[in-house]
Design a protein around this ligand. Structure first.
Ligand code: MG
Length: 211
């Protein structure tokens, strides 16, 4: 399986990222995507250990979409047939290394694809249980009990179906692949001892500690 991640899919986060790490200020004309390997998965609400190579690891809470069939060059109109469950994840990012990569025009793997950088909720919820519209979902992340991020999928710059259409032009999607759909504003650093707790439509899906 593979983990496909979308960058800068909420305007307010694109703006905070531009201020924090540089890169272009204008909105994208086409979705920005990158991959994490399967070794990036952090499952079962296991603790996240801050890696030694970064002094600024940030959380990015994101809606996850699980692909449920094989597809390539999927038309946006039919993309909804390729998923029926959603979850939550954290796209852990070594922001200091990302700042270097952007400044030097280098790839993002070092800052994004490291071991355990993709926390994935143990439970995925059938979309129909949540009303059936992937663009009408609300999620939130609290750090140590304090709300830090609030996500409203109607605010995505590119819809889930558009993301699937774009990515599948380049990559064959397979059953079990995971799509991280981008983070809303409010990203920030983690430190040892923090607790991350994330809810999707009021249901707690992530609850784990930073060490
Ligand atoms: Mg992200």
């Amino acid at each position: 399986m593979k983990i496909i991640c979308i960058g800068r899919n909420y305007a307010a986060h694109a703006e905070e990222l531009h201020r924090s790490v540089g890169g272009p200020a204008e909105l994208l004309a086409e979705p920005l995507w990158f991959l994490k390997p399967d070794t990036a998965m952090l499952r079962n609400n296991d603790p996240f250990y801050i890696p030694t190579f970064s002094s600024e690891v940030h959380y990015e809470c994101e809606l996850l979409v699980r692909i449920n069939r094989v597809g390539k060059c999927i038309d946006e109109r039919f993309a909804h047939r390729y998923y029926d469950e959603v979850g939550l994840g954290i796209d852990f990012t070594a922001r200091d290394l990302q700042r270097e990569a952007i400044a030097q025009g280098l790839p993002w793997e070092r800052c994004k694809a490291f071991d355990y950088s993709a926390a994935i909720s143990p439970v995925f919820i059938p979309l129909r249980e949540l009303g059936g519209d992937v663009q009408q979902l609300h999620f939130a992340l609290a750090v140590n009990g304090e709300r830090r991020q609030t996500g409203d999928t109607s605010q995505m710059l590119f819809s889930v179906d558009r993301l699937i259409a774009t990515v599948s032009r380049y990559l064959t999607l397979r059953m079990g692949d995971l799509l991280f759909t981008g983070t809303p504003a409010g990203v920030g650093p983690v430190k040892a001892g923090d607790n991350l707790c994330a809810t999707l439509e009021g249901r707690k899906l992530l609850d784990f500690d930073i060490r």
